[in-house]
Design a binder for this molecule. Structure first.
Ligand code: C2E
Ligand code: MG
Ligand code: MG
Length: 693
């Protein structure tokens, strides 16, 4: 009798089984898949038949399939394996495979594999155990966690994200993550997401996220993206993100430091070069103003580095105040600055800028230590079609040195001969040192007369350089050089000796006025050397009048083995010398300044004397100075008296002593005794025979 079992059509049975039944050969090529299998994988029969099942398995799971296949061939039933299988829509399913060896079963002759979709079950399993706790953890973790789909849209997000940026969860889910970052970073983030979607390793990137409250600054965040698109349970890109504001700011600070000068906050040379290069590449017309502060070194040396720093900061502020928005001010050296002015085509505008810079930087600076005045030399260069970065800067630099030379009254030399670098300055300094050795530097002497007595009471020593090629040079041509190169100390000694040699031969009642620079005053050994020279020439120190400028009377802090000018002045006073404040009225002498020093005289600057007849203000200022000096029991000397009218005015105002071309020009040493014999006792009595300067 036929049983029901005999009538069952096994093919039909396989057709209705809810589980997937697959038959493969020993090469794991597919020969049969039942309808449940075709449905589970979404395959069309012609898509699968004859293909190796390994093509459909996740690469990471291939090894376990291969080893399981090996087992089935030797045993009969293989161990179940869990593998990921690619289905028609491109996603992965978690599938359990159990193999059965039916190679010798008639009608089959293959390996039968029963496959079961575990995806859903695993989700439930996970959900039933750890997932809830895990989800809670993720939800409340401090770092931002998001899940994205392949296209970068947010599918879930934790509270950290909404807390940080203020966006509502409902607002975030369904939108591309990149839509929440700053415009500049959109590409960056999108690229990282795309890359993570196609790679199995971790991809990271940084992007600034925009908070909901647009008044708040955007937040720099680091994103780490792990591709779990293939994970049947997660099926997405897992993004962890951190707030990296601190790191970002630290990095910004470092970057700022690399591009800016720490002292002044101005950009540095490298930024200048970059900007200039860009401007030239874009054929934008630019002007370069190269600025060098003159006489900055003494401020640093004598007032201390803090004052030097203070001055540089103030100078920077002034420069920033002079340029237009978009122009660049860079500090390119100790006391060197460069202004890069955009859209500047004509030289006149550029020159106007340079003049503004010059006059602004030359205004007095009120530093903590006292008022200071420096000047600036500014050189201009304009770009043209074939300008280069180095060429343009070199041109501006050259122009700056020309300006500096002009300021010092150095004679103009053809451009080819003019060299502006340190070598040139070193050569000039060598020249000066050699000149000092060869006795080319001497003191010319200019008489100072008393109006009351009508007689010469003193001689002022004024240095001259009898240059073998350039002729007779005035201090303006080499004084800065001497100070910068430290030769001023030696020069001071030479001047004093040269003057003393003359003084020996004249009336012992005649005093010697000696100019001392700030650097000389800071020299610890100055007083000793002066004293030795005076002794050598048997000159009474009481005959010495030391002339200092107001610049030198500022409070200074000793440093670097130097002493304060006050200290030296005190020593000189103790030696018997008296002090005269030179160029009075051009600096910042307040009464306090004057009172602080043991002065015996002030010398009214010749700029006031020049205006005494034509400018009532000058006359008023001189009258005030004379009045003040009288109250302080100081003697007043007027310098630069050139005309009889000026002399008469000074006499009326009550100024007792005068000096100037009207009486005599500075005289070469050899002419002094003769001049004194002729005019010393009554200079006004005889005709003037002015000697060339
Ligand atoms: P100073 O001490 O104020 O010297 C007066 C300057 O005025 C001198 O210029 C002198 O030649 C000039 N002068 C005198 N009378 C007249 C006049 O009637 N009209 C005009 N226009 N000028 C007159 P000089 O010799 O060129 O010296 C310039 C400055 O150089 C001096 O100004 C002084 O500060 C400095 N100096 C001169 N010799 C020395 C020196 O041996 N050592 C130091 N450290 N500085 C010196
Ligand atoms: Mg003087
Ligand atoms: Mg003077």
């Amino acid at each position: 009798m036929k049983t029901m079992a005999d009538e069952i059509d096994l093919t039909a049975l396989a057709g209705v089984l809810p589980d997937t039944v697959i038959v493969v050969d020993t090469d794991v090529c597919l020969h049969y898949v039942n309808p449940a299998g075709a449905q589970m994988f979404g395959w069309q029969p012609d898509e699968w038949l004859g293909r190796s099942i390994l093509d459909l398995i996740h690469p990471d799971d291939v090894a376990s399939v291969v080893s399981s296949t090996g087992t089935i061939q030797s045993k009969r039933i293989g161990t179940p394996v869990e593998v990921r299988v690619r289905v028609a829509d491109g996603t992965w399913k978690l599938v359990e495979f159990v193999g059965y060896n039916a190679l010798d079963v008639p009608g089959i002759h293959g390996l039968v594999v029963i496959a079961r979709d575990l995806t859903r079950r695993r989700m439930w399993e996970v959900a039933g155990s750890d997932t809830v706790r895990f989800q809670q953890m993720v939800q409340h973790a401090s770092s931002v966690t998001l899940l994205l789909d392949r296209s970068g849209k947010v599918t879930s997000v934790n509270a950290a994200f909404t807390r940080l940026l203020g966006h509502d969860v409902s607002h975030v889910v369904g939108r591309p993550l990149a839509s929440f970052c700053s415009v500049d970073d959109v590409n960056n983030l999108e690229f990282a997401i795309e890359k993570a979607g196609s790679e199995s390793r971790l991809v990271s990137c940084e992007a600034s996220m925009r908070p909901l409250n647009t008044a708040l600054p955007s937040l720099p965040m680091r994103f780490e993206i792990v591709n779990l698109l293939d994970d049947p349970v997660v099926q997405g890109l897992v993004v962890t993100a951190y707030d990296v504001s601190d790191l970002y700011h630290a990095r910004q600070t470092l970057e700022h430091l690399a591009r800016h000068d720490a002292l002044t906050g101005l950009v540095n040379r490298s930024v200048l070069l970059d900007e200039l290069e860009r401007a030239l590449a874009e054929h934008r017309p630019v002007a370069i103003a190269f600025i060098d502060l003159d006489r900055f070194k003494p401020v640093n040396d004598l007032l201390g580095h803090e004052s030097g720093d203070e001055l540089l900061r103030k100078a920077s502020e002034r420069l920033l105040g002079l340029v237009r928005p978009g122009d660049l001010v860079a500090r390119v050296g100790g006391d060197e600055f460069v202004v890069l002015a955009n859209d500047m085509v004509d030289r006149a505008t550029g020159q106007a800028l340079c003049d503004r810079i010059d006059s602004s930087l030359s205004m007095p600076y009120l530093l903590t230590e006292g008022p200071v005045r420096v000047t600036a030399s500014v050189g201009l260069a304009l770009s043209d079609t074939d300008a280069t970065v180095t060429g343009l800067l070199a041109d501006a630099d050259l122009a700056m040195y020309e300006a500096k030379a002009a300021r010092r009254g150095e004679p103009e030399r053809p451009v080819t001969q003019r060299q502006r670098n340190a070598n040139e300055r070193r050569r000039l300094a060598d020249d000066l040192a050699a000149g000092l050795q060869r006795g080319e530097l001497v003191a010319f002497l200019q008489p100072i007369v008393s109006l009351e007595l009508g007689a010469t009471t003193g001689l002022e020593a004024l240095v001259r350089w009898n240059h073998p090629e350039r002729g007779l040079l005035s201090p303006a041509a080499f004084l800065d050089l001497a100070e910068d190169s430290g030769l001023d100390l030696m020069m001071g000694d030479v001047v004093l000796r040269s003057a003393c040699a003359v003084l020996q031969q004249v009336d012992p009642a005649i005093s010697l006025s000696l100019n001392l620079s700030v650097a000389q005053l800071a020299d610890r050994g100055l007083c000793n050397r002066v004293s030795n020279i005076l002794r050598e020439f048997r000159i009474d120190p009481e005959r010495l009048i030391v002339e200092i400028t107001e610049h030198a009377t500022l409070t200074r802090r000793p440093g670097g083995g130097r002493v304060s000018p006050e200290h030296t002045l005190e020593e000189l006073r103790n030696l018997g010398a008296s002090l005269c404040l030179d160029d009075f009225g051009t600096g910042y002498s307040s009464l306090t300044h004057i009172r602080r020093y043991p002065l015996t005289a002030i010398k009214i600057d010749r700029s006031f004397v020049a205006g005494v007849c034509d400018h009532p203000e000058d006359r008023a200022v001189i009258a005030a100075m004379v009045g003040m000096a009288g109250a302080l029991e100081l003697e007043v000397v007027a310098e630069g008296v050139e005309t009889e009218e000026q002399l008469a005015a000074m006499r009326t105002i009550g100024c007792n002593k005068v000096q100037g071309y009207l009486i005599a020009r500075p005289l070469p040493p050899s002419e002094v005794p003769g001049w004194l014999r002729a005019h010393g006792r009554d200079w006004h009595a005889s005709e003037q025979t002015s000697t060339s300067d």
